[in-house]
Ligand binder design. Structure first.
Ligand SMILES: [Fe+2]
Ligand SMILES: [Fe+2]
Length: 207
């Protein structure tokens, strides 16, 4: 591995650790809670679980606020972001009780109700959760800058998840396709040995 690549990986790892530490600093109780952990079982978009999505949205919110030089209440923004999809069911499961066809419209209210039961939410945190689907929920316009940031981060992460472009996913997808093609020798039909690239330090580590 060249020094340039190694420095780049080190920088990325450091950035990842910093974001991870901020999430822990502001919301360790949420991250460690059984209910939040249960969101690993529920798919959000593509193959991404709600758990991963919520953590990504919280991290992306921190990055957006930093990039825009916004003075935000980091703690409330992170907590609101982690709980923005706290609806606690698999929204794809049409067999479940109280299935609602219009999940996009209903889930912010459900997430807010659940989060209110489990945490003492501030007005800002409530606003983030309740209004994160704007402009779909037309009349629920975000009131605080933290709510706007989370709304943006949510759309950004959702778009990448839907397009399978989350960092690393596109590469895995392309490499998987290439591997499927190259692993089979068309003449003999024999599978070639797998060649793996070194994993990036910290990749895929959220919690
Ligand atoms: Fe949502
Ligand atoms: Fe979301």
């Amino acid at each position: 591995m060249s020094i340039r690549v190694s420095k780049r990986l080190e920088k990325r790892y450091k950035k990842h650790r910093e974001l991870h530490n901020k999430l822990k600093e502001h919301a360790e109780d949420i991250l460690n809670s059984e209910k939040f952990q249960s969101t690993r079982e529920h798919i959000q978009h593509g193959s991404i679980a709600v758990h991963r999505h919520s953590i990504d949205v919280a991290k992306q919110s921190l990055l957006i606020a930093k990039a825009l030089h916004l003075k935000v209440n980091e703690k409330e923004m992170v907590r609101g972001a982690l709980l923005h999809d706290y609806f606690l069911y698999d929204w794809h499961d049409a067999e479940r009780e109280n299935f609602q066809k219009w999940h996009g419209f209903h889930h912010p209210g459900i997430a807010l109700r659940n989060a209110n039961e489990d945490y003492d939410l501030t007005d800002r945190e409530k606003d983030i959760i309740e209004k994160h689907m704007w402009p779909l929920t037309l009349r629920h316009v975000p009131k605080y800058k933290e709510s706007w940031v989370v709304t943006m981060a949510d759309k950004y992460c959702s778009a990448l998840e839907t397009l399978k472009l989350r960092k690393g996913a596109a590469k895995e997808y392309i490499e998987g396709k290439r591997k499927n093609r190259s692993n089979i020798d068309e003449a003999s039909g024999v599978e070639a040995p797998e060649v793996r690239e070194p994993q990036e330090a910290g990749a895929g580590e959220d919690e």
